[in-house]
Design a protein. Structure first.
Length: 56
């Protein structure tokens, strides 16, 4: 997975590039970001309308 494929500097002086991070760190960060996105999506999801029944 190439999260930062632009090749441009990140602006954070001294921060390592994504490929320079150890595999364990990349896996942990990917897992944390995935969980953050899923948690955010769950909180912002539109709740089902009340009283809507799809039975015919």
């Amino acid at each position: 997975m190439d999260l930062f494929g632009s090749g441009l500097p990140s602006g954070a002086i001294g921060a390592p590039a994504w490929p320079e991070l150890p595999a364990e760190a990349r896996a942990a960060l990917t897992s944390l970001m995935t969980q953050l996105i899923l948690d955010h999506a769950a909180m912002t999801a539109t709740p089902p309308a009340k009283g809507v029944d799809h039975d015919l």
